[in-house]
Design a protein around this ligand. Sequence first.
Ligand code: TRP
Length: 461
Amino acid sequence: MSKTREHSVGQGPAKRDSFTSSLGMLAATLGSAVGLGNIWKFPSMTGTNGGATFLFVYLACTIAVGLPVMISEIMLGRTVKANAITTLRKLSPRRQPWGLVGVSGVVAAFLILCFYTEVAGWVFAYIIKGISGSVLTTDPEVASAAFGKLISDPIQSLGWQWGVIALVSFIITFGVSKGIEKVTTRLMPILFCLLIIIGIRSLTLPGASEGLEFLFAPDLSKISGTVVLMAMGLAFFKLSIGMGTMMTYGSYFRDNQNIPMTATKVMLADLTVSMLAGIAIFPAVFAYGFDVSAGPSLLFVTIPAVFASMPFGQLFAVIFFLLAAIASTGAMLSLFEVPVAYLCEAKQMSRKGAVLTTALGIAILGAPAALSHSLTADVTVFGKTFFDLFDYLSSNLFMPAGGLCICIFTGWVFGKEKIKTQLSNRHTLSNEGIVKLFTVLVKYVSPILVALVMLNMLKVF
Ligand code: TRP
């Protein structure tokens, strides 16, 4: 299989590896969307930004901006059937530098992977530590110390990160259909089942209703510029958009796949996972009186303490970290595929060579992020550690800027007629209404919203 990918350039799309079934396309795309974003970022951001109000803004951003960008990316990728950089270069009119958006996507993939593999490393570590029971304590101080010990130990930090990079590299060398599709199709159903088990456990605790109220009863007066910027960043991060991941996956879509429908299903399923994660976490946090606004350490300090407080807590804690590990794996596969596809196709590397190059790049570039809580803790750029910097730059700059460019490109350069042809699968689907709505969103609504949020971030007003 890897042979076909190696020689795909110049021999036409027929030999290129791709997803083989409709379910596979859905599972892989959902596998990319669902990840630490749902289980680590969403709960911690919702916790620190006021609960339901944040959720409300996040939902609005997902529908008004996230979905149109996701549809655009998949459509552009499928039209050219190439990696993100080549796709944009080929679709650009002469002398227009849209290929740079693809380049920024590959850079962003590296930035994200640098900190993402680290957090995923902690999650894998917590499965083992959960089994041995060493991180389960009802005292948040002790839990915090246990987490601190893990992240401030350079050997453990690097070891877990590199272990995760090796695992993802191993899966991805098998290719798109035999690697990514096969793994995600099996893992996604397991993830849903585990999440439902944890959700039921949390909801049946006495005092769970306070957590539900926190999550679902918004106070719209609390909306602020920061809340909107954070929510928009999360919407991009969650749907893996604005940096070429969905374009790359779209390039493996089959021509008869209904893109708007698949994207909508992915969006809804992804939101469901976030809600389930919220339902699994907040009622339990409130029931045991922990602090919801713990931020990024919510997953590693508060959650273990919450589990340790409940009957059969160790079992549920291990299940919980297992599902987080599964979710992060599907997401990392999609992030890896962005540079890997580019190196294979544009630099004529073998798939193994491309995976190895990407893995080494992340291991080296990611090390300062992994060591951000130990050896490089005092090194700051713009007042942020490498870990925070990579996270901030990708979510609040690269992805929204990339998303904005993709909207403008789709709406104004690619154009109405091609959108119609592509989204109706060459006029075989009767979805004119949806296509019209999409065109208005992508031409006007989404780019204006993203631009406003970015101008606000740059303190223009
Ligand atoms: N969406 C994933 C999550 O929520 C992360 C992810 C995968 C991602 N691919 C991406 C984020 C591309 C941004 C861009 O965990």
